[in-house]
Design a protein around this ligand. Structure first.
Ligand code: HEC
Length: 117
Protein backbone atom coordinates (compact mmCIF):
# COMPACT_ATOMS: atom_id res chain seq x y z
CA UNK A 1 0.00 0.00 0.00
CA UNK A 2 1.27 3.44 -0.79
CA UNK A 3 -1.31 5.39 1.24
CA UNK A 4 1.13 6.11 4.05
CA UNK A 5 3.53 7.88 1.80
CA UNK A 6 0.77 10.00 0.33
CA UNK A 7 -0.47 11.47 3.59
CA UNK A 8 2.48 13.73 4.17
CA UNK A 9 2.59 15.60 0.85
CA UNK A 10 -1.16 16.00 1.10
CA UNK A 11 -1.12 17.56 4.57
CA UNK A 12 1.75 19.78 3.53
CA UNK A 13 -0.36 21.05 0.66
CA UNK A 14 -3.26 21.69 3.03
CA UNK A 15 -1.00 23.63 5.35
CA UNK A 16 0.26 25.77 2.47
CA UNK A 17 -3.28 26.44 1.33
CA UNK A 18 -4.23 27.49 4.86
CA UNK A 19 -1.36 29.95 5.04
CA UNK A 20 -2.14 31.35 1.62
CA UNK A 21 -5.67 32.11 2.77
CA UNK A 22 -4.44 34.36 5.59
CA UNK A 23 -4.03 37.91 4.31
CA UNK A 24 -0.70 39.56 5.07
CA UNK A 25 -0.65 41.79 8.14
CA UNK A 26 -1.52 45.38 7.49
CA UNK A 27 -3.45 44.62 4.35
CA UNK A 28 -6.34 47.03 4.64
CA UNK A 29 -7.39 47.48 1.02
CA UNK A 30 -10.42 45.24 1.43
CA UNK A 31 -11.73 47.17 4.43
CA UNK A 32 -14.58 49.50 3.65
CA UNK A 33 -14.56 52.68 5.65
CA UNK A 34 -17.76 53.82 7.29
CA UNK A 35 -17.88 57.64 7.38
CA UNK A 36 -20.54 57.65 10.13
CA UNK A 37 -18.36 55.48 12.37
CA UNK A 38 -15.36 57.62 11.49
CA UNK A 39 -17.09 60.77 12.67
CA UNK A 40 -16.90 59.70 16.31
CA UNK A 41 -13.37 58.35 15.92
CA UNK A 42 -11.80 61.63 14.86
CA UNK A 43 -12.74 63.19 18.19
CA UNK A 44 -9.19 62.97 19.52
CA UNK A 45 -7.79 64.42 16.30
CA UNK A 46 -9.75 67.66 16.71
CA UNK A 47 -7.33 69.21 19.15
CA UNK A 48 -4.42 69.22 16.74
CA UNK A 49 -5.94 68.97 13.29
CA UNK A 50 -8.89 71.22 14.09
CA UNK A 51 -11.73 69.27 12.52
CA UNK A 52 -14.12 70.76 11.55
CA UNK A 53 -13.32 74.28 10.53
CA UNK A 54 -9.85 73.48 9.18
CA UNK A 55 -8.41 75.73 11.90
CA UNK A 56 -5.16 74.82 13.50
CA UNK A 57 -5.63 74.70 17.25
CA UNK A 58 -1.92 75.06 17.86
CA UNK A 59 -0.54 77.69 15.51
CA UNK A 60 2.90 77.41 17.04
CA UNK A 61 3.73 74.37 14.94
CA UNK A 62 2.67 73.04 11.61
CA UNK A 63 -0.16 70.54 11.52
CA UNK A 64 -1.28 69.34 8.11
CA UNK A 65 -4.89 69.75 7.10
CA UNK A 66 -6.32 66.25 6.91
CA UNK A 67 -9.98 67.00 6.33
CA UNK A 68 -10.93 66.58 2.67
CA UNK A 69 -7.68 64.74 2.01
CA UNK A 70 -7.66 61.77 -0.36
CA UNK A 71 -8.98 58.64 1.37
CA UNK A 72 -6.22 56.29 0.25
CA UNK A 73 -3.60 58.90 1.14
CA UNK A 74 -4.94 59.07 4.69
CA UNK A 75 -5.03 55.29 5.03
CA UNK A 76 -1.45 55.05 3.77
CA UNK A 77 -0.23 57.87 6.00
CA UNK A 78 -1.71 56.37 9.16
CA UNK A 79 -0.28 52.94 8.38
CA UNK A 80 3.10 54.53 7.72
CA UNK A 81 3.06 56.19 11.15
CA UNK A 82 2.19 52.79 12.64
CA UNK A 83 4.95 50.95 10.83
CA UNK A 84 7.54 53.65 11.40
CA UNK A 85 7.95 54.45 7.69
CA UNK A 86 6.89 57.93 8.74
CA UNK A 87 8.57 58.98 11.92
CA UNK A 88 6.71 61.44 14.07
CA UNK A 89 6.38 60.51 17.75
CA UNK A 90 3.06 62.29 18.26
CA UNK A 91 1.33 60.89 15.21
CA UNK A 92 2.85 57.46 15.73
CA UNK A 93 1.23 57.40 19.17
CA UNK A 94 -2.06 58.47 17.62
CA UNK A 95 -1.90 55.92 14.83
CA UNK A 96 -0.86 53.09 17.15
CA UNK A 97 -4.15 53.35 18.99
CA UNK A 98 -6.12 52.81 15.78
CA UNK A 99 -7.22 49.50 14.29
CA UNK A 100 -7.27 48.96 10.53
CA UNK A 101 -11.03 49.45 10.64
CA UNK A 102 -10.64 52.68 12.63
CA UNK A 103 -8.23 53.97 9.99
CA UNK A 104 -10.60 53.03 7.17
CA UNK A 105 -13.53 54.73 8.93
CA UNK A 106 -11.55 57.86 9.75
CA UNK A 107 -10.21 58.15 6.21
CA UNK A 108 -13.72 57.68 4.77
CA UNK A 109 -15.09 60.38 7.06
CA UNK A 110 -12.33 62.90 6.38
CA UNK A 111 -12.35 62.25 2.64
CA UNK A 112 -16.13 62.73 2.49
CA UNK A 113 -15.59 66.47 2.94
CA UNK A 114 -13.73 66.67 -0.36
CA UNK A 115 -16.84 65.71 -2.29
CA UNK A 116 -18.85 68.61 -0.93
CA UNK A 117 -18.56 72.04 -2.56
C1 HEC B 1 -1.04 66.00 19.45
C2 HEC B 1 -1.37 66.54 18.15
C3 HEC B 1 -1.99 65.60 17.12
C4 HEC B 1 -3.07 64.78 17.28
C5 HEC B 1 -3.93 64.56 18.51
C6 HEC B 1 -3.29 64.13 16.01
N1 HEC B 1 -2.36 64.57 15.10
FE1 HEC B 1 -2.19 63.94 13.16
N2 HEC B 1 -0.51 65.09 12.93
C7 HEC B 1 0.02 65.92 13.90
C8 HEC B 1 1.24 66.52 13.38
C9 HEC B 1 2.15 67.49 14.13
C10 HEC B 1 1.40 66.01 12.07
C11 HEC B 1 2.57 66.27 11.08
C12 HEC B 1 3.51 65.12 11.31
C13 HEC B 1 4.62 65.00 10.31
O1 HEC B 1 5.26 66.01 10.02
O2 HEC B 1 4.83 63.87 9.84
C14 HEC B 1 0.27 65.13 11.82
C15 HEC B 1 0.06 64.45 10.61
C16 HEC B 1 -1.04 63.66 10.33
C17 HEC B 1 -1.32 63.04 9.05
C18 HEC B 1 -0.47 63.15 7.78
C19 HEC B 1 -1.01 64.29 6.97
C20 HEC B 1 -0.27 64.55 5.69
O3 HEC B 1 -0.67 65.49 4.96
O4 HEC B 1 0.70 63.85 5.38
C21 HEC B 1 -2.48 62.37 9.17
C22 HEC B 1 -3.19 61.57 8.09
C23 HEC B 1 -2.95 62.57 10.53
N3 HEC B 1 -2.05 63.36 11.18
C24 HEC B 1 -4.10 62.02 11.04
C25 HEC B 1 -4.50 62.13 12.37
C26 HEC B 1 -5.64 61.45 12.93
C27 HEC B 1 -6.59 60.57 12.11
C28 HEC B 1 -5.69 61.76 14.25
C29 HEC B 1 -6.68 61.26 15.29
C30 HEC B 1 -6.72 59.83 15.47
C31 HEC B 1 -4.57 62.66 14.52
N4 HEC B 1 -3.88 62.84 13.36
C32 HEC B 1 -4.30 63.22 15.75
C33 HEC B 1 -0.48 66.14 15.17
C34 HEC B 1 -1.55 65.47 15.74
Amino acid sequence: MKIRGMIRPLSAACLLAAFAAVPPAGFAATLVGNPQAGKSKVYTCHGCHGIPGYENAYPNYHVPRIVGQNEQYLVNALHEYQSGDRSHPTMAAQADSLSDQDIADIAAYLASFAKKP
